[in-house]
Design a protein around this ligand. Structure first.
Ligand SMILES: [Fe+2]
Ligand SMILES: [Fe+2]
Length: 130
């Protein structure tokens, strides 16, 4: 489970890096941005859903002391869904600058969030080994 989650995090970070580069290019058009944005949004939403439905309940069952941290991470997930919606709203209004700004905010909060998740996985690992 740990490897799968960290692999998905790397994938999402790569995708988001590429997306921000695409959005920041001069000559970027709203038409050309929708598809890569939607691909990223789908992958992020599917990752979040797996964590909320599968991984977090499994981790919480193995280590009930982590439940409060997991709940806080699920609250972050709702914020990410809102941030994706903000990007989509900017794109719908042909505001590429606003969309890029929202993506950069999402990038910063997503990386911090993933770091916390990976620390939790490391704590779980060391707990299971003892
Ligand atoms: Fe997460
Ligand atoms: Fe995650």
């Amino acid at each position: 489970m740990k490897h799968r989650i960290t692999r998905e995090h790397s994938h999402l970070e790569d995708l988001l890096d590429a997306l921000i580069r695409t959005f920041s290019k001069s000559g970027a058009t709203v038409r050309g941005l929708w598809e890569p944005f939607e691909q990223f949004a789908l992958d992020l939403e599917s990752h979040i859903e797996q964590e909320d439905r599968l991984y977090f309940p499994a981790i919480g069952a193995l280590s009930p002391d982590l439940k409060a941290s997991l709940e806080a991470l699920s609250v972050d997930h709702s914020a990410f869904t809102d941030q994706l919606r903000q990007v989509a709203d900017h794109l719908a209004h042909e505001d590429i600058e606003g969309a890029t700004r929202s993506l950069r905010n999402l990038d910063a909060s997503l990386r911090a969030h993933e770091q916390v998740e990976e620390e939790i996985l490391a704590r779980l690992d060391s707990k299971l080994e003892t």
